[in-house]
Design a protein. Structure first.
Length: 433
């Protein structure tokens, strides 16, 4: 989630750490590098984000403490993916560490052999404490038992609501999806241009937000064997419920709305509820763009028949280039920048949503975050580490599995749409085998 950064203070030179890391950065230390010379520089490329903003200060601090210069290259998301694919196709070793989005490229990159196996690295240092990272985040960066990166940012599905309207109407904050449905119905007033709820309704963008409804109904996009499962009774019920909310209590034109359009309706004060990512929290706290600064509140994702199981994903992960000649040195930097102390610093100074439980448990580190939001993260249980189908052709899959939700919003035959989507999705999965 994004907020204006505060300037970090440059730390004093830490001689003991410098000596320890210098000893550990000998290229021959763990077999990950090919030269016996001491590593003096590393290159990291990643997408622009709050984490990379904070990294600018930390990289300088790391050089002061260890003598190792970390060269930073930042891109927009699409430009980053294009750059990575060109370089990795050429087996380039001119960069060592890179940030990437696990949901979109981890399967492709791991199949191509572009991501170094980091399993032994993350489990080798008890003090660094891999178990301190949220379970859903560890799951997200693990594929077939292999860890391919360290999560540096998180994002989860929450419920935004108008506290003033609920209080005036005597409506308790919904804790179940049925209660959400009843509250949205009571507050819906389309004749006055006011709606019970706003959410994503466009076919592809809605898939990520629909996922939490699917999980909370006891379903998933794929079963335990990886086969398509959007035609199960649980999935069909989830589609029907999601569609009902927008059909009955949502704004007109919902099927054309992604998060910018839906969030704007809530920010303008024209909806009682908005369910989406917690990374949007500060959008509603900016007086320049929000009419709900003093009335927005935050709630955990409501429970469905199977409980509350919202997604909790990793929008940015750092991994090691398989072709790097400096793998051990790359790991030393990743380990340092993601340790408990620096993770808390990034949370506090740059509001980088850490994947570490210890960061969120620290009152000082979370002081800049809305208290209600902090409590949701601290009490997160049952979250799911993916928010879309899990395969390489994820863009095509989202087109397919989003279609039944459109049928539901438009009052169509959800069962038939789900059956067709399941067949088409399975064909796509079979094509990747």
């Amino acid at each position: 989630m994004i907020i204006r950064s505060r300037r970090n203070r440059r730390a004093a030179l830490a001689a003991p750490l410098a000596l320890a890391l210098a000893a550990g950065l000998m290229a021959c230390a763990g077999g990950g590098s090919s030269s016996s010379e001491k590593v003096t520089d590393l290159t990291l490329i990643a997408a622009n984000s709050p984490w990379t903003e904070g990294l600018k200060t930390l990289a300088t601090k790391y050089e002061d403490e260890t003598g190792v210069k970390v060269n930073l290259e930042f891109y927009g998301n699409e430009q980053l993916n294009d750059t990575l694919k060109v370089k990795l196709n050429a087996q380039s070793s001119d960069f060592d560490i890179y940030g990437y989005q696990v949901q979109d490229v981890m399967r492709e990159f791991s199949r191509n052999g572009w991501l170094a196996d980091m399993t032994d690295y993350v489990k080798s240092d008890a003090d660094w404490n891999w178990d301190d990272f949220q379970q859903s985040s560890r799951d997200a960066v693990t594929l077939d038992g292999v860890v391919y990166g360290v999560p540096v940012m998180t994002e989860r599905h929450i419920m935004y609501y108008r506290s003033d309207l609920l209080e005036a109407a005597g409506i308790p904050v919904p804790t179940t999806l049925d209660e959400l449905d009843a509250a949205a119905a009571k507050l819906n007033d389309p004749a006055k241009g006011f709606y019970g709820i706003a959410m994503r309704g466009a076919k592809v963008p809605l898939v990520t937000q629909f996922s939490s409804f699917l999980y909370s109904y006891g379903g998933d996009f794929q079963d335990k064997d990886g086969n398509a499962s959007v035609d199960t009774p649980e999935a069909k019920d989830a589609y029907a419920f999601y569609g009902k909310l927008l059909k009955d209590y949502g704004p007109p034109g919902a099927t054309n709305m992604g998060w910018p359009e839906a969030s704007a309706i809530f920010a303008q004060g024209n909806a009682a509820f908005y369910l989406d990512a917690d990374s949007q929290a500060y959008t509603f706290l900016d007086p320049a763009s929000s009419a709900v600064v003093d009335t927005v509140a935050y709630g955990a994702f409501p429970a469905g028949p199977a409980g509350s199981h919202p997604y909790s994903i990793v929008p940015q992960t750092v991994g090691i280039n398989e072709y790097s000649k400096k793998k051990d040195a790359a790991w030393e930097f990743i380990k340092w920048v993601t340790n408990e102390k620096n993770s808390k610093t990034l949370l506090a100074d740059n509001t980088v949503p850490s994947a570490r439980d210890s960061s969120w448990a620290d009152d000082a580190a979370t002081a800049s975050f809305p208290a209600g939001l902090v409590e949701i993260v601290r009490n997160s249980e049952g979250t799911v580490g993916h928010d879309r189908p899990q395969l390489e052709k994820v863009a095509q899959a989202r087109e397919i599995v989003g279609a039944p939700a459109i049928s539901a919003i438009e009052g169509g035959d959800v069962d038939s749409a789900a059956d067709k989507a399941n067949t088409d999705f399975q064909d796509l999965l079979d094509g990747e085998k």
